[in-house]
Design a protein around this ligand. Structure first.
Ligand code: ZN
Ligand code: ZN
Length: 147
């Protein structure tokens, strides 16, 4: 499967969902910010004051294995997590570092000729668009007007 998303494992139903894992997944699903484990920990703590960062990491690992959460291996310094499991790409703002979802239909067909050209058998790919987000562009324009 392309697009950086693994198919949900058929064995998923065998996993038993702990309360901590449920809260972590619920919080992550409510965010569009693609938080790091540390950012997620700060938010989960409001509901589970006794949870540790290590527990958050361990539960994120399990959720990734279950196919309920994606670990984004992108250009940023820290790994970010995503509970939006429908295939999509990402765009990162070089000013504010915000990572935004890009719907598939915003990008036209990609052709991977790597097998013919270099004998590389493609299994997956990751796409991160870099640029300036709409908010930062507005700020830039507002600044330009003031100057
Ligand atoms: Zn921005
Ligand atoms: Zn995403």
């Amino acid at each position: 499967l392309l697009l950086g998303f693994k198919l949900k494992d058929e064995n998923t139903k065998r996993w038993h969902m702990t309360r901590q894992r449920e809260v972590i997944l619920k919080v992550l699903k409510g965010l569009t910010s693609h938080p790091t484990a540390d950012e997620l920990f700060q938010l989960v703590r409001r509901e589970l004051p006794h949870i540790s960062l290590g527990t958050v990491y361990r539960n994120l690992d399990v959720l990734c294995e279950q196919g309920l959460v994606a670990r984004l291996e992108l250009g940023g310094a820290q790994r970010r997590y995503d509970a939006g499991m429908a295939p999509h790409h990402h765009a990162r703002c070089v000013r504010c570092n915000r990572l935004t979802d890009v719907p598939l239909d915003a990008i036209s067909v990609l052709n991977f000729n790597v097998d013919e050209v270099m004998g590389f058998r493609l299994q997956d790919y990751r796409l991160e668009l870099l640029g300036v987000c709409a908010d930062c562009r507005r700020d830039e324009q507002a600044q330009a007007v003031r100057q």
